[in-house]
Design a protein around this ligand. Structure first.
Ligand code: ADP
Ligand code: MG
Length: 699
């Protein structure tokens, strides 16, 4: 191999800068650095983003229709043809060694042409078809071969992430060299008996195979090793964090006696569902201990999470502690104030609303009472966190309708003495795998059932020409006494996309199909008092139809409202649509939700179809997850966690369960990971997660 001799001694260290690695040099080093590769070890752990299967290497003469195969050849010519506005066909003619021709086709991807030049050697993989005398393959995977690179016959070839100016075959060669020269320097992180017991390949065996697999089976085994490791290290961090929360902090124990329990339940106007009763039992058990509860309450929209929170808050108050309930929006915070007022009518529990629209004097007075301990329950938006609220004896923090709360965010509430208990409630169901990672340091309660007597919501995706019919139906239901929403996505002035604006919709409806009805308008730019007045009128039935932006999205609870029109529905995410629909599934009457969309996008239509096909929030969460992927939906980054390098939460569910179980077992067996044989695991866990999980000094 042609390694420059004077670098030889430097080239066998894991920390060798990439510049001195064989095949890199000063010109390519900056390109590697763009990919985040600074030293040899970074290159070793640059996992392929895909693989090309060359085990089925064929000459054109031996091709079979519709089977995944690969042909090696040279580019003879490429031709780009326009076939309509914005439409084109790119044809690239490839000649194999035996003189056979294969045409590779790309539809509407004219930019692909840049990748090809005459006489270039390429490997083309795809499912070919015969077209007359020619073989064609549409949208194949193409990998250029180096001029002097052997045809990697019968192999599975890695495909790496690239950056402008760096070629696939170049990077492949660089990695090959580093793997050959450096893999023996790598240290195993797992104890040997651990590897054996969990059927994991040792690092030095797995690493060459993840880059240059012998066959699909060994690739799978190698991948399993790395995915498991990545998930396991995170789960270790989460397990240690949970353990620390249990041992390091003290919270007031609040045992719910039978007497307290009866006193709280007497306030509820209905029987608890089985799910609610179970969640309450779990919460009570947590709060009875002298360490802070850290619990996530998951439930579908309308499953009745509020009452569970109220129970926990009243339990805290019964022990002489304060509780605070925080909602994501003003509208919802105000609704919670109303609910609590209703439930607590005639009781001695003192309620302190910290919502917008309080006069400065009233606000100051409330704050004083909170500090003096003469207010028991505080309700507001998350703004409370930023404010100068001082509690006298805070025992419980409830965070309602949270989507983004993750491992990192802990409410930074001012308090003295003991830590409060925490209860976080989700806005919509979260896929299980996401719960186990982003919310992995919390205990979880799930409400699977919903309150009895719930009616179905019928959901339709309608075309424009069905509008008249829909409004006709809408009006009929209003006359029967029902109420409804019209939801319009918020459109910024600068938005060039033609979407219906709120005012336009309002004008068109009150002068059109809703002429005969009392119509109100609510949006985020109104003052708190204005919003309050509108919501009060809607609740009382004074307003029959509420035209709204997504401010009604979360939590709003008006059981008589059973109708909903959603305009430009493609602009909402699946979770948001489900939340919106949740507004009309709360009472004794069936709901009707019709969505209109202005899109041809397949992704958007798939989302809307899924939305109309089921009202099960847990199912929708999984669908959303698979349509959009974890990155976008529950980006690890927005929760403060570094992104995964190889694990894929969609695909690796089983590994995740396994890693989570194993990590919990290991931490139980060796708290703080103090044993010598776990030292390397501990170090890796701290390097990667010590800071974000605030693990401090372990052990
Ligand atoms: P979410 O889980 O979406 O926050 P809410 O707590 O707002 O749901 O509850 C939705 C509606 O169901 C409310 O009107 C509430 O009063 C009602 N509800 C909750 N629990 C029960 C129950 N066990 N029986 C009857 N109605 C209930
Ligand atoms: Mg709620």
């Amino acid at each position: 191999m042609g390694t420059p001799d004077k670098q030889k001694s430097a080239a066998v260290s894991l920390t060798t800068p990439v510049q001195f690695l064989s095949g890199v040099g000063p010109r390519r080093a900056p390109l590697l650095e763009k990919l985040g590769l600074r030293t040899a070890v970074d290159v070793l752990f640059l996992f392929p983003r895909d693989y090309q299967d060359l085990t089925q290497l064929r000459t054109v003469a031996n091709l079979e229709e519709d089977k995944l195969q690969t042909v090696c050849g040279v580019v003879e010519e490429s031709e780009l043809r326009a076939t309509g506005p914005g439409r084109s066909i790119l044809g690239v003619l490839i000649r194999d060694a035996s003189g056979g021709y294969l045409r590779a086709l790309w539809f509407n991807q004219p930019f692909m042409q840049r990748q090809f030049f005459r006489d270039q050697r390429v490997m083309v993989s795809g499912k070919p078809r015969r077209n007359g005398l020619f073989w064609e393959v549409a949208h194949p995977m193409v990998t250029p071969l180096g001029d002097d690179e052997d045809e990697p016959e019968g192999r599975i070839v890695p495909v790496y992430p690239l950056t402008e100016g760096l070629k696939q075959w170049h990077l492949r060669r660089i990695v090959r060299n580093v793997v050959d020269t450096h893999v023996e320097l790598l240290d195993e992180v797992f104890p040997l008996d651990y590897l054996e017991m969990h059927h994991l390949w040792p690092l030095r065996r797995a690493l060459p195979e993840i880059h240059f697999p012998t066959d699909w089976e060994s690739l799978e085994a190698a991948r399993r090793r790395f995915v498991y490791q990545e998930l396991f290290i995170l789960q270790l961090g989460l397990a240690v964090r949970r353990q620390q929360q249990r041992t390091d902090s003290l919270a007031p124990p609040m045992e719910v006696s039978a007497k307290i329990d009866a006193r709280i339940r007497r306030r509820f106007p209905f029987e608890l569902t089985e799910g609610q009763a179970k969640a309450i039992a779990e919460i009570s058990a947590d709060m009875a201990r002298g360490v802070p509860m850290n619990r996530l309450l998951q439930g579908d929209v309308g499953s009745g999470k509020t009452i569970v929170a109220v129970y926990a808050m009243l339990a805290a108050v019964a022990h002489g502690y304060q509780a605070v309930l925080m909602a994501p929006t003003e509208v919802l915070a105000r609704q919670h104030v109303l609910t609590l007022k209703r439930l607590l009518a005639g009781s001695r529990v003192r309620l302190g609303p910290l919502v917008g629209g309080l006069s400065a004097a009233a606000r100051r007075e409330t704050l004083e009472h909170i500090a003096a301990g003469t207010i028991d329950l505080v309700v507001g938006t998350q703004a409370i966190l930023q404010e100068d609220v001082v509690f006298s004896k805070l025992g419980l923090v409830v965070i309602d309708e949270q989507h983004k709360f993750g491992v990192r965010q802990r409410a930074a509430l001012k308090r003295s003495g003991l830590d409060p208990h925490y209860l976080v409630m989700t806005a919509t169901p979260i896929p299980r795998t996401v719960t186990m990672t982003l919310f992995g340091d919390l205990d979880v309660s799930v409400l699977r059932d919903s309150p009895p007597g719930r009616q179905k919501v019928h959901t339709y995706l309608a075309e424009d020409d069905q509008r008249a019919k829909w409004w006709d139906f809408f009006g009929r239901k209003l006359r029967e006494g029902r109420q409804g929403y019209v939801v319009v996505p918020l459109v910024e002035e600068s938005d060039s996309v033609a979407a219906v604006s709120l005012d336009e919709t309002y004008e068109a409806l009150v002068n059109g199909p809703l002429e005969a009805f009392r119509v109100g308008l609510i949006h985020g730019r109104m003052t708190s008092d204005e919003k309050d007045a509108v919501m009060a009128d809607f609740r009382s039935g004074e307003i029959q139809v509420l035209i709204s932006t997504s401010v009604v999205e979360v939590g709003v609870d008006v059981p008589n409202a059973t109708l909903m029109t959603i305009e430009s529905a493609e602009r909402f995410g699946l979770a948001q649509l489900h939340q919106l629909r949740g507004r009309i599934s709360r009472g004794r009457y069936p709901g009707y939700c019709t969505v209109f969309a202005e899109t041809e996008s397949e992704e958007a239509l798939a989302r809307l179809k899924a939305f109309t096909s089921t009202t099960d929030g847990f199912r929708l969460a999984e669908v959303d997850f698979s349509l959009r992927g974890p990155g976008e939906l529950f980006g690890t980054r927005q929760h403060g966690l570094p992104p995964f390098r190889i694990a894929d939460l969609l695909r690796d569910t089983d590994f995740l369960e396994e890693a989570r179980r194993d990590a919990a077992a290991l931490v139980t067996d060796d708290p703080g990971l103090a044993k010598e044989k776990h030292a390397k695991l501990r170090r890796q866990m701290l390097t990667r997660y010590g800071k974000v999980l605030e693990l401090g000094d372990v052990g």
